[in-house]
Design a protein around this ligand. Structure first.
Ligand code: HEM
Length: 399
């Protein structure tokens, strides 16, 4: 890990990148009012037990922060528990299938070349702006059927939701907190309105796109209500690009910091998928998830009471030495590599096949067109400051 920390200016908020963690695998933080779970076996337990560790975190957040009352997370697949979750997951999976994703491969390759050609004409390549951001956002917009040309709008919403320093505290009500929460809600409202307009149009004028498939999806005679189509489309639009942008940037960072691994993957391209998996482990894009306890529970030697918010630090668990020897080393040969970057259990990432495909195709083309694939040593690398996200927002490459 020293390689990455010393090489780039990693912000302090990404505390878990700054070396091996001391302390217990489960800890209560009085300053934020949150329980933090850092250990691999402990997180395995949490993510495998949705009855005790509910995904409906708003239930508890609303009690602790009444300002969030008007934010309805109902119908967001990531927030729903069994048995409703299973029903919704079946419905959306019937539209967002592996085949739908696999068929995108030629388009992903063509787009990657187009974006790199445009950068070649300009004579410089800043990975995030020129490729890692536009590629997944165009892919998901085209898939859903919303205009890819609106992507400045999507970016504005995504930045409003994710690109902040995580200062809202559950433990300390303050005058500013209401304003902070309102500011955080604005992008949700705008996205809902935007996608509701598009979904309503598909009901009257169906097209060959995923929004139409979602509107028409039917399992056991049941269809998705309008608000759930919108909510799922929001999850896809957000999850579909922010995380994959981070994955691409992080993978290039790993190959920059560990050049011997770059040589290996150049010599044997069949190891590209393993490089992607190891990048997901070492620089986990979604570094943390939240759950809420439905009852008192023992975890990692601690007793967590009912109705507590639990932060699940995937990024930290993915470098737990009890599971991954030499966890700070980027070693694509780890086999198996049971990282938790896509979560685990019933909420396991539905978009993992798409993220992996985009990562594999884009990395392959980058290796073809740039040799070596290196960060520009004269330009700073900028990280997203949000503590629960690991990714760069600026990564100029040698061209
Ligand atoms: C769920 C990570 C890309 C759609 C999740 C979860 C994680 C995750 C950790 C579990 C959430 C939880 O348990 O609370 C990632 C990472 C990605 C990525 C690291 C890229 C590197 C994508 C893409 C899409 C997507 C490309 C879709 C286009 C979803 C959906 C869920 C989900 C719909 C909710 C599944 C459920 O609750 O049943 N993702 N994701 N993700 N992801 Fe991804």
């Amino acid at each position: 890990m020293a390689d990455i920390v010393e090489r780039y200016d990693i912000p302090q908020q990404l505390f878990w990148l700054h070396g091996p963690r001391q302390g217990r695998p489960v800890e209560f933080d009085a300053a934020t009012g949150l329980w933090n779970v850092y250990g691999y076996p402990e997180l395995h337990q949490v993510l495998g037990d949705p009855t005790t560790f509910s995904s409906d975190t708003m239930r508890v957040t609303r009690k602790l922060m009444p300002e969030t009352d008007e934010l309805s997370m109902e119908g967001f697949i990531t927030q729903i528990d069994p048995p409703e979750h299973g029903k919704l997951r079946k419905l959306v999976s019937s539209a967002f299938t592996r085949k739908v994703v696999a068929d995108l491969e030629p388009r992903i390759a063509a787009l990657t070349h187009e974006l790199l050609d445009a950068a070649a004409e300009r004579g410089r390549l800043e990975l995030v702006t020129d490729l890692a951001y536009p590629l997944p956002v165009i892919v998901i917009a085209e898939l859903l059927g919303v205009p890819a040309s609106d992507r400045a709008l999507f970016k504005q919403w995504a930045d409003g939701l994710f690109d902040h320093e995580g200062k809202i505290s559950l433990a300390e009500p303050s005058e500013d907190r209401g304003a902070d929460v309102q500011a955080a809600l604005k992008p949700w409202k705008e996205m809902s309105h935007y996608l509701a307009t598009h979904a309503a149009e598909r009901r009257t004028r169906p097209r060959a796109d995923l929004l139409t498939k979602l509107v028409e999806a039917e399992v056991d005679g049941e269809r998705l209500p309008d608000d759930q189509v919108v909510n799922f489309a929001i999850v896809l639009l957000l999850a579909g690009h922010v995380t994959t942008t981070m994955l691409l940037g992080n993978t290039v960072l790993c190959l920059d910091a560990f050049p011997e691994q770059q040589d290996r993957v150049r010599a044997d391209r069949s190891s590209v998928p393993a490089v992607i998996e190891e990048s997901l482990r070492l620089l986990t894009p979604f570094a943390a998830l939240a759950r809420s306890t439905t009852r008192e529970v023992e975890l990692g030697g601690e007793t967590i009471p009912a109705d507590q918010l639990v932060m699940c630090w995937l990024g930290q668990a993915n470098r737990d030495p009890r599971q991954f020897p030499d966890p700070g080393v980027f070693d694509p040969e780890r086999d198996p590599n049971p990282h938790l970057a896509f979560g685990r259990g019933i909420h396991f990432c539905l978009g993992a096949p798409l993220a992996r495909l985009e990562g594999r195709v884009a990395l392959g083309i980058l290796l073809d067109r740039l040799d070596p694939l290196r960060a520009d040593p004269d330009e700073p690398v900028e990280f997203i400051p949000t503590p629960t996200m690991t990714g760069v927002r600026r990564l100029p490459l040698l061209w």
